[in-house]
Structure formats: C-alpha cells, structure tokens
Design a binder for this molecule. Structure first.
Ligand code: BG6
Length: 480
C-alpha cells in the first residue's frame, strides 16, 4: 500500500478531474492501493458545498466506472477521503486560506495536481510557494500541453523550476501510463527476437496512428487554440515515437529511460519552411456521420470560431537522423471525428531480398493500443492446395485474453500512484518537453508562412486523402 498524502486537484470541476482523476482514485481506493490516510481535496472556483461536489463527482464516477466495480458502499467510504474547496487560484491571498484549511501536517507528502489550463501553471505554483505549500514534501503535477510553443514552454519550465526542483515536478503524458505503451518496452527490451532487426536495414517504415471518434466535447475554447498538433502530436505521438525508436536504456529508471528518449527527440530531422507542404497534412472535419448519428462540422461545435482554421487532424512524415533510423520514415497521424477509435503502431519490414513466389507481401508488426490491446505479426504462409499460393496470416497475441483475470488499469491510476510513491520514470522531463517543442515549433511556423486552409474531411472518415498519399508515396518508392 502506498504512502499517506494530501492530493490537491486544481481544476476539480473540470472534465479531466471528473472523468479521469476521481474515477482513477476511486479504483485505487477500491483495490486498497491508497494508504488509509490519503486525503483528496478538489479545488475549483465554483461555489459548491462539499455535499454538492460529492454528488457531482459520484455522478461522473458512476458513468466512468464499470457497473461491477461501482458500489454505493465503496463510494461512501471513498467519499470520506474527498473534500471540496472553492477558491480563485489566480488570487495569491486565497492560498493563505487554503493553507489554513489544510492545517499543519509536517512531513506529509502533498501532491498538487494542476488539471488546469497551462496559463495557470505559473501563478498557481508561485502562489503555492508564497503560502508555504511548496516545501520539500510537495510535488507538482502538470498536465500536457506544457505551453503552446517552445518559448512558452521554456518560460513555464523556468518559472516552475524556481519553486520546485526537477525531481518534484511530474509532467504527465497519460499515454505513458497505458498498459500497451509499457508493453512496447517489454516487447523490445525483454525479447531477444526483435532487437537485431529493429533498425533501418530491416524496417521500411513506421506508422503511428491515434484516431478518435470523439470531437472536442466541452473543451472547445481550449482546443480551438491548440489543435491536433499541440493537443496530441507534440506529446502523445512523439512519446510513442520515442519508445519505438529509443536505444535500450541501461536500466529501467527515470533518468536512464528519459535520457534515451531525449536523444531520439534531438535526432528528429527539422521540418522547416516549405518542407511543411510536402511532409505534413492538416485537416479539419466537416459535417458527417459517426455510428449512424449526424455530426456537425468542427466550426459549428460549441465555443469554436465560425471561421476557425484550427486543425482537427494532422499527419506528419518524421525522420530520425541517427544510425539506427536513417532513411526510415515515421508517419505520425492523429485526428478527431474519424471513422473509428484506433490507436496503433505498425512496423513495416523490408521485403525479402529475392522473392521466389508470385505473390509476396512484407511482414508487419502491429501493436494495437486501443480499443483492443494486442500485438500481431503478419507473416506469409502457403495456402492449402496445389501450387505455392501465398497469403498473409496473423500471429496474434491478444493481451486482454492472455491476462483476462486481471482488470486493466486506466493510465491515470498507474500514474497517480507513481506520483504518490515518487517514481518519475513515466513522466516527461523538462528537456524532453523542450526538445519536442523544438521540433514542433518550426512546423507551426511553416504552416503560418506557407498558409493553406486545413483540408476538409467528412466526420466519420479516415481523414483527408492527402494524408494517405504521404504513406502511399512511400510504398511506390519501395516498389520501384
Ligand atoms: C488528451 C487530449 O490528452 O488525450 C484529448 O487532450 C484526447 O483531446 C485524449 O481526446 C485521448 O486520450 P485517449 O486515452 O482516449 O486516447
């Protein structure tokens, strides 16, 4: 069981807190993974009685947690840990009141989870410090995106770094808490099979796709300023790319793993100026249908500008300039309101050097993150009957079946427990975030200087066809 602590959730009435953090803490409580003395304090501006907040949190938790796992008695016991505090977090004076509310608890770990917009990171951190709430036992958790550009990320990191030393800063990217994402490390570094062929001599290309059917929900005002590049690609997709491409760390600890990831980010080939026209595709969904339901165009969604040109889809052909990966394109692609929810990494191997049979396809390793976790290897086999008729067949590893007796943890459960226990292996270090922005920034600038409206794609489809062309161009090159 973990250690005792106060968990303060700033942005306590927001989507993230209600949809993810409270349900994750509920699960941890239910499985007795939280010390009995862990207290949770949700903080937000809205004036609510504690009982009203509990009712709000319960409603959301019920909706998120499976029927079997949600019981009134467990909720009631969990609710005893949960409190609510209304305050305006931009006001320094309010933090004195907060400190008073928390009381003196010398030596007790305090986790300040900032589930807020990034422009509140600096004021909240500095207000925490001035109220004496940033001492040696305090940790701060920041949600991505850290800033909206390299410059803003540098400034946030510098300001927070003055109040909290790096080992007490936890920059969350919830993709790193997903089981299959961690399995990627197990696949690569606990099996001798793949390492010798995990390089440009054998791998032709890598595709990393995170497709969602969801739109922007209640987050229109944030999303319209961020877009798919800042919301997803700068963090989640680049983290996945790092795990596919990094060298084996010397050990599985925070510094060693993060050192290797930074090296990958630093080796990304810059995409500058008019390169963006060749190597990136921006898209925005127009009206369409998902699951038989009509879906409005992006610019008709709540809190979105009618003439918004924010991208809800982005595809980028990335390249890594190092010995292992020179010449191997990494196609990164993510979008909202697409045909299906699908997150996967496809590693396409090179063709055999000399094909003996009439039909042959290249081997592919598919690592599925969502919705069904699994890994499959596509191999060529002879179809029964006369003649050497080849067909691709799948060697399938279904992780849900393989570990069917174990409940799959949500990413936030794992990550929240790591923060409480002080393990930052699955969090982003300052230089990692900055290196990611250093690569993304020139693309954003290129989009401005070589402006093109985002390509429309009907909701419920696979995105603009230009993105498919990026990948197809590669297949044609291979066939030449
Ligand atoms: C978040 C993004 O970080 O990840 C959201 O801000 C996105 O826009 C979400 O919907 C996707 O996460 P998951 O775990 O559902 O793939």
């Amino acid at each position: 069981m973990s250690i005792s602590c106060d968990m303060l959730v700033f942005g306590g009435t927001g989507d993230l807190a209600l949809h993810k953090l409270i349900p994750a803490l509920y699960h941890l409580h239910r499985e007795e993974r939280l010390h009995q003395d862990v207290r949770i304090l949700a903080i937000a501006r809205r004036q609510l009685e504690r009982s009203a907040y509990l009712a709000l949190a319960e409603r959301h938790c019920r909706a998120q947690v499976s029927r079997d796992d949600f019981t009134a008695s467990v909720w009631q016991a969990f609710g005893e840990r949960l409190d609510y505090f209304a305050m305006d977090a931009s006001q320094r004076g309010e933090f004195v009141r907060l400190a008073h509310h928390l009381g003196q608890t010398k030596g007790r770990v305090r986790v300040h989870y900032l589930a807020t917009a990034p422009d509140l990171f600096e004021p909240i951190t500095s207000n925490l410090e001035s109220a004496g709430l940033a001492g040696d036992n305090a940790r701060i958790v920041l949600e991505k995106p850290i800033g909206h550009s390299l410059e803003s990320a540098l400034s946030i990191n510098a300001a927070i770094g003055q109040m909290f030393p790096e080992p007490r800063i936890y920059r969350i990217d919830h993709y790193l808490g997903k089981e299959t994402v961690q399995n990627l490390m197990a696949l690569r570094f606990a099996n001798a099979l793949f390492e010798p062929i995990w390089r440009s001599g054998h791998i032709d290309s890598v595709q990393i796709t995170v497709a969602e059917t969801l739109g922007v929900e209640n987050r229109g005002s944030y999303y319209d300023k961020a877009g798919a590049m800042r919301d997803m690609l700068q963090n989640h997709l680049l983290q996945l790319l790092c795990l596919v491409a990094m060298e084996a760390p010397v050990r599985f600890n925070a510094e060693a793993v993060r050192n290797e990831k930074v090296k990958v980010l630093e080796a990304l080939k810059p995409i500058t100026g008019s390169d963006v026209l060749d190597k990136t595709v921006r898209g925005q969904y127009s009206a369409g249908q998902i699951g038989g339901q009509d879906v409005p165009a992006y610019y008709f969604e709540k809190n979105i500008d009618n003439d918004s040109d924010t991208e809800t889809f982005v595809a980028v052909k990335a390249e890594i300039d190092n010995w292992r990966w020179a010449g191997v394109p990494f196609f990164l692609c993510t979008g909202k309101r697409m045909a299906s929810k699908r997150s996967e990494i496809i590693i396409t191997f090179k063709p055999v050097p000399h094909m003996l049979f009439s039909k042959g396809e290249t081997n592919r390793l598919v690592i599925r993150l969502q919705p069904e976790e699994g890994i499959s290897l596509q191999l060529m086999a002879k179809a029964p009957g006369k003649g050497m008729q080849l067909e691709p067949v799948e060697l399938d590893l279904n992780l849900i079946h393989a570990f069917s007796s174990t409940r799959r943890w949500d990413a936030y459960e794992r990550l929240l427990l790591d923060v409480i226990e002080g393990d930052s292996t699955l969090f982003m270090r300052r230089d990692e975030v900055e290196a990611a922005w250093r690569w993304v920034d020139p693309i954003l600038r290129g989009w401005e200087s070589h402006y093109r409206k985002p390509r429309p794609y009907p909701a419920g489809t696979d995105g603009p066809e230009q993105a498919q062309l990026l990948v197809e161009r590669r297949s044609r090159q291979r066939q030449r």
